[in-house]
Write a protein that binds this ligand. Structure first.
Ligand code: BT5
Length: 250
């Protein structure tokens, strides 16, 4: 059933109580020629992170995958992950948690003990030619109404932070913001500005493993299409591409 959107976002919702992975299902729909579909599940039995890592996804989460066919070249796709992170961060703030984005794709909450824990991760997958994306799947997973002890140790949930939320309303806010940031007449600077507003990483020291070696210094900005600008100790500016990042340590 299509969700009613104040902003007229054109996504159809396909809901599953339980599925292996919403990203896998969205990719299936892509192969069938669909677009503007959001696959949502209460529980995933084979949730995936990046680089073939596992994603723990018990009942009570917001496991979602947006299937889109944006008229943009593959090189610009990191913008969509940034927009999804902003959308989740905003919706989280609206339910009363101070969510911050860790470049490129994690949403963190700081606990009473001062430790940062992961509330949400985003798995973005696509296929395309040099100048045009054929399909794009943006898959945010939000630990919503889940006990913290059902999650990995460095994870947290909305339940643990503020109590259970209305998942349908939360997802609707995420999709509205995402649509607003990425619709045809939206501009790229708007996405980057919104990201900066919610960033945990900017102004901090980072150490990033990239294929070209370790980049260490202060994260000073985010740049089109989603790269991190790092000022190294000798004063150079290095630009790290989102796809290059294996590990980002605070
Ligand atoms: C991510 O990967 O952060 C992307 C996760 C995307 C999950 C969504 S759910 C909807 C859609 N369908 C899918 O199948 N996937 C997407 P990565 O940066 O590689 O982080 C993975 C690491 O996070 C794991 O190795 C664990 O250490 C940790 N982890 C696993 N499950 C977690 C959870 N529920 N909450 C927080 N951290 C978790």
């Amino acid at each position: 059933a299509a969700i009613e959107f104040g902003l007229g976002a054109p996504y159809e919702i396909e809901y599953h109580d339980r599925i292996a992975s919403t990203n896998d299902r969205a990719r299936e729909l892509a192969a069938e020629g669909d677009e503007n579909v959001v696959v949502v599940a209460d529980e995933q039995t084979g949730g995936r992170g990046r680089l073939a890592r596992e994603w723990t996804a018990p009942s009570g989460g917001i496991w979602a995958s947006l299937l889109l066919r944006p008229p943009r070249p593959p090189a610009e796709i990191p913008l969509y992950t940034l927009a999804a992170a902003v959308a989740v961060a905003r919706a989280s703030r609206e339910v009363g948690v101070d969510a911050r984005i860790k470049w490129p794709n994690d949403i963190l909450l700081t606990g009473e003990d001062g430790a940062e824990r992961k509330l949400c991760g985003i798995l973005t997958e696509m296929e395309g030619e040099a100048d045009r994306v054929s399909w794009l799947v943006v898959g945010p997973g939000v630990n919503a109404n889940i006990d913290a002890d059902a999650l990995p140790p460095d994870a947290t949930s909305l339940r643990a932070a503020v109590g259970d939320v209305d998942r349908r309303a939360f997802l609707q806010r995420v999709l509205e913001t995402f649509y607003e940031l990425t619709s045809a007449d939206a501009d790229v600077e708007g996405i980057l500005d919104a990201w900066r507003e919610h960033a945990a990483t900017l102004g901090r020291r980072v150490r990033i493993d990239t294929p070209g070696g370790v980049v260490e210094g202060e994260a000073v900005d985010v740049r089109f299409p989603g790269s991190l600008v790092v000022r190294t100790d000798d004063g150079d500016e290095r630009v790290v591409h989102a796809g290059d990042c294996e590990h980002l340590r605070p």
